[in-house]
Design a binder for this molecule. Structure first.
Ligand SMILES: Cc1cc2nc3c(=O)[nH]c(=O)nc-3n(C[C@H](O)[C@H](O)[C@H](O)COP(=O)(O)OP(=O)(O)OC[C@H]3O[C@@H](n4cnc5c(N)ncnc54)[C@H](O)[C@@H]3O)c2cc1C
Length: 259
């Protein structure tokens, strides 16, 4: 990450504790850290909903609660978009497939195979009991592949990677593992007896790089496969895709060059 100009430094345990005093409770479990000053965290749901409102105010029309069932083509371009429960097909100058993990099954009947597979992640949210024992800095536990973030009065723990198709049910073992690690690192932070769990499917690619670009159908584009970092990279991906749809070269140079 530093090779790409993003500041990330190694810090000693004492330096890490100065940056994040809430780590003191678990200092026997770790010996140092890396610190990325430019890192931040936020509420993805609030951000997404507010962005949609801003877009609507700019004239964008959303069709919520519709399911795209199929794409109809003439072999060269998409000529219609079939929605569940509707006989009329939608038509569009440009069609962008951005269905996360569900992009692959929609494209398969067109003979377009993309290496995107659902990888289930878990999230637990617990009410904060002691703000001084809860980290203000977003913490990543690299060894356990978990992240810990304060969100207002709540403490969010997320992580794990489960390969189980499109199933989104909760595994009690994985839920317990999230809470156990949070308790070990931040024992006094939150009321761990009152968690809210959630799972989501990360649209994973083998390289963790998204597929953004053209397909062999002239008006069909991809913006999918964002894996573990779709919120972080969403804005940049959208900008790159808009440049491609507009016939320009994206400002960012990335490996995917079309399908
Ligand atoms: C527990 C967890 C923690 C995460 N933490 C982070 C993080 O800290 N930072 C980060 O950057 N990323 C994080 N991610 C990853 C991030 O959530 C994903 O990369 C991102 O959501 C992918 O965005 P997307 O819009 O491509 O796909 P999705 O968010 O999956 O959205 C796809 C949308 O398409 C809709 N859809 C699917 N099929 C159809 C259809 N046939 N017709 C109509 N609509 C359809 C779905 O309902 C959904 O709304 C996390 C993921 C999980 C599971």
């Amino acid at each position: 990450i530093t090779r790409h100009g993003y500041a990330r430094t190694r810090v000693s345990q004492a330096e890490a504790l100065a940056l994040e005093p809430a780590l003191a409770a678990s200092q026997s479990l770790w010996i140092g850290a890396t610190y990325t000053q430019g890192d931040g965290s936020g509420d993805a749901k609030l951000w997404t909903q507010t962005l949609a409102e801003l877009c609507q105010a700019q004239g964008v029309s959303f069709r919520f609660n519709e399911t795209v069932q199929r794409l109809i083509t003439n072999g060269k371009r998409v000529t219609g978009i079939g929605l569940a429960g509707q006989s009329t097909l939608l038509e569009a100058d440009a069609v962008v497939v951005a269905l996360g993990s569900y992009s692959a099954p929609l494209l398969r009947p067109l003979g377009l195979k993309i290496p995107v597979y659902p990888v289930k992640g878990y999230s637990a949210t617990v009410p904060i009991l002691d703000p001084t024992a809860t980290p203000k800095v977003s913490i990543t536990d690299d060894a356990h592949k978990m992240v810990f973030t304060r969100m207002g009065n709540e403490f969010r723990i997320a992580g794990t990677a489960e390969f189980n198709g499109y199933d989104t049910t909760l595994s009690a073992t994985r839920c317990d593992a999230l809470l156990a690690r949070a308790k070990a690192l931040f024992p006094k932070a939150a009321d761990y007896s009152n968690p809210t769990f959630w799972t989501g499917l990360r649209p994973a690619t083998p390289s963790n790089c998204p597929l953004i670009g053209r397909t062999r159908m002239a008006n069909l584009f991809l913006n999918t496969g964002h894996g573990t970092l779709g919120w972080t990279t969403g804005c940049g991906s959208g900008k790159a895709l808009a440049e491609i749809v507009s016939g320009q070269k994206p400002e960012v140079d990335f490996s995917f060059s079309g399908l």
